[in-house]
Structure formats: C-alpha cells, structure tokens
Write a protein that binds this ligand. Structure first.
Ligand code: GTP
Ligand code: MG
Length: 417
C-alpha cells in the first residue's frame, strides 16, 4: 500500500516536474535510466544546437569576411582602373605633344629652309626690287636726317605703310645715328626691324589639331586665290592622310565648281557641290552634316569672291556663317581671308570689312611672286592682330608655304636671293 502510494507520489512528482510519459509501472532503476536517457538526449540536443549556432556564426562570419574582401577588391580594381586611365591620358597627351612638336618643327624647317628663302626672294623680287634698288642707291652713307628721311620714303612707297616706316627709321636712328652705314648693314638692320613687326603674326596652322570636323571657311574678294589655296592645302592634307571634304560654296559660277573639283580629284579628296545658282548656305549645312556622319577631320569651304563694299554679297556671306554657327556655335573654327598681294594698300580695307562680316581668324597672302606690293603684308601685320598662316608664291600645289617672319623679311629686303 505504502509502496503503491509511494509509487504514485513519485509518478505524480515526475508528472509535476514535466517528465514525459512517466510510467507508474516503472521501477526506480528504470526511471533513473529513463531520466539519464532524457538527460543524454537533452545534452545531445543542446550539443547539436550549440554546433548549429556555431556553424551559423562561422557561416555569417565567412559571409561578412567575403563581403569585406569583395569590397576591398572592388576598391582596388577601381583605383587601378583610375590609375590606368590617368596613365593612358598622360600617354595620349605625350604622343599628341610629340606629334605637334614634330609637325611644327617640320613646318618651321620648311619655312626657314635657305632654298625656300631664295625662292621666296626670287618670287618677291619685284616687291624687293624697289626697296633693293633704293637701298643700293643709299649706298654707304652716314645715317643722318636726310638719309633717314629717304629711307622712310622708300619704305612707304614699298607699301610697308607710314607707321612701320616711321617706327623702323626711328629705331635705326636711335641705334646708329650719324654713323657710317653700308648697304648690307642697312639691309640687315631693316630685315631685323621688319621681322620684329611680323614675328607676332607668325602662326603655323595645324589642321590635324582641334575639333572634329574642323570647319574652315575661305573668304575674300574676287580672284584673290581662295579656290587655288584650298586646292593647294588639299594636296598637302592628302599627303598627310587627313580625311577631308571640300565644299564648292561658290555656287555662282559653274567654272568655280569645276575648278575646285579638279583640285579635289588631283588630291584624291571628295568635293561636295550643287548645281550653279543653288543656295550656298544650304550646301554648307548639308556638307557639315555629312562630315559629321562620316566622321571626317576637316571641312574646307570655298566661297564666291565678293568685293568688300558690296553689301548684298557681304550679307550673303554673313548668312553662311550664321548657318554654320547653328550647327555648331564654335564653328567655323577658322575663317581664312585670302588676300592678293598685287592689290597693295586695298588689302587693308579688305581685312577690315571681312573681319567685321565673317569674323576672320587668319590670313593667307597669295601672288607674292610677281608683284611689287608684297610689303603691304607688313602694314597689315602692324595694323591687325591676325595670324598669317600661309603665303602663295605661284600657281602650283607646292607654291603655298607656311609663313615665316624671318624668311619673308629677308626676301623682302633682298637678302635671300
Ligand atoms: N602667280 C600666282 N597666281 C596665283 C596664286 N594664287 C592663285 N593664283 C592664280 O590666281 C587666279 C585666281 O585664283 P582663284 O583661286 O581662282 O581665286 P578665287 O579667289 O577663288 O577667285 P573667285 O572664285 O573668282 O573669287 C588663278 O589663275 C590662280 O592660278 C599665287 O600665289 N601666285
Ligand atoms: Mg574661287
């Protein structure tokens, strides 16, 4: 009875303690074994839970570590890419500078080549003749007021302009007044003075540089040499492998279109044209769009010759410039005024008018062969802050030369020939 009661009490106690399925029939050993088993299972479960938690923690730690590693790697790759980009840019810049320096050196060598100066001198012989003869007449003389006055007159009549004439003689008198001076010395001194006036205007243009497509507009009075100059430049560009397009913007005359086409064919550079009478501005618009599509380097646009005092024609030129600006506000990138040296002092008013209308950025002077008026280039250089890119000394492709202040000055005073 007591035992029974004891068993029941034990069973109740077990029940109360939450022991599962305690059986009143189990003996004390069995109960102890069961308890031990339950404890073992609980311990095992706890061990498994601990292991799972540990595994989870390890996994989470690994995840975090891997994420951190990936972030570091991404940072490193980004920094590396940035460094590479910087190095690439530096290299491209270095190559560009190297190319530019080489092109400049080649052009300068060409402009200062003694053979060229001799040729320019021969070309400029008529320009230099008046000066040369005059200088020879001055002979070996004392540089007194009378000689200086004669020299000043000589320079004025050689189209150098009153301002340059006064400046040069004043400078000469400061340095050598009242001293014996030989003809050769006068020439040397004169060449040096003229070089000083021209030097700031010396600017060799490198069409391979700058924006793409670089849009270059040629303007000037009738017959100044625009079409020929474009043709000569096209020949050079072809040699240098530029991808260019010539535009026959002189739609007034059939002969003009044909003339440019001949130059283009000779140089192997395409020419875009429209029938005579077509709107020049429209043609120019289409040409620039095409150059963009074809990813060309250069567009050289010829225009019809127009006298600077014909306001209607000047307005038409303004329209061409306006249309170009609509496509690209920075264009035309060059507006090159082509001047004919034979017109002498009239060239000054051409510069003034075309600068106003078309925003001239640079000059070319043609026909320096066979004129007595080449000195006007010095007057222009004195009056206008405009670079002189090229000079023309004949009708052939090779007769367009980069402008060199020194070569020109020497040839003008008869030192080159
Ligand atoms: N001697 C010499 N002749 C040149 C030179 N440049 C151009 N010419 C000649 O001058 C003439 C006129 O040249 P173009 O190129 O047709 O002149 P343009 O400015 O296009 O003339 P328009 O289209 O009528 O306005 C041509 O016979 C050329 O061969 C040069 O430097 N020296
Ligand atoms: Mg022409």
């Amino acid at each position: 009875m007591i035992l029974w009661f004891g068993k029941k009490k034990q069973a109740d106690a077990l029940k109360a303690a939450g022991a599962a399925m305690a059986s009143p029939e189990l003996s004390a050993e069995e109960l102890a074994a069961k308890e031990a088993e339950a404890a073992r299972i609980a311990a095992e479960k706890e061990e498994i839970e601990r292991k799972v938690a540990e595994a989870n923690r390890a996994w989470e730690e690994r995840q975090a570590r891997e994420a951190a590693e990936a972030a570091t790697e991404a940072e490193r790759a980004k920094a590396e890419a940035e460094l590479k980009l910087l190095a690439d840019r530096r290299e491209a810049e270095r190559l560009r500078a190297e190319h530019e320096a080489a092109a400049r050196a080649a052009l300068e060598a060409e402009a200062n080549n003694p053979g060229f100066i001799t040729k320019l001198g021969t070309g400029l012989s008529r320009s230099s003749m008046r000066l040369t003869e005059g200088l020879a007449a001055l002979g070996r003389r004392k540089l007194d007021d009378e000689t200086l006055e004669e020299l000043e007159d000589l320079l004025i009549t050689s189209d150098l302009g009153a301002k340059v004439a006064a400046r040069v003689t004043k400078h000469l008198s400061k340095e050598r007044f009242d001293r014996e001076i030989s003809e050769a010395e006068i020439r040397e001194a004169l060449a040096s003075e003229i070089t000083d006036v021209l030097k700031p205007r010396e600017k060799i243009v490198d069409f391979s540089d700058g924006p793409r497509p670089r849009i270059v507009l040629f303007v000037g009075v009738n017959g100044s040499g625009k079409t020929t100059t474009i043709g000569k430049i096209a020949s050079k560009l072809q040699e240098q492998g530029a991808k260019a397009l010539l535009v026959a913007g002189d739609t007034f005359r059939a002969a003009a279109i044909e003339q440019l086409t001949v130059w283009g064919e000779r140089a192997g550079i395409p020419v875009m044209s429209k029938p005579t009478g077509a709107d020049a501005a429209g043609l120019v618009y289409e040409a620039i769009e095409k150059a963009r599509e074809d990813d060309l380097d250069l567009v050289l646009i010829d225009t019809a010759g127009r006298l600077q005092n014909k306001s209607e024609l000047m307005a038409e030129l303004e329209k061409v410039v306006r249309v170009i600006r609509k496509l690209d506000p920075a264009a035309p990138h060059d507006v090159i005024l082509v001047l004919d040296a034979t017109v002498g002092q009239n060239a000054l008013s051409q510069v003034e008018a075309f600068r106003e209308t078309a925003g001239v950025t640079g000059l070319v002077m043609t026909k320096l062969d066979g004129t007595a008026k080449g000195g006007v280039l010095v007057a222009i250089a004195e009056a206008y802050d405009l670079p002189i890119h090229f000079i023309g000394i004949g009708e052939k492709a090779e007769d367009l030369r980069p402008f060199s202040a020194e070569a020109f000055s020497k040839a003008l005073v008869g030192l080159g020939a």
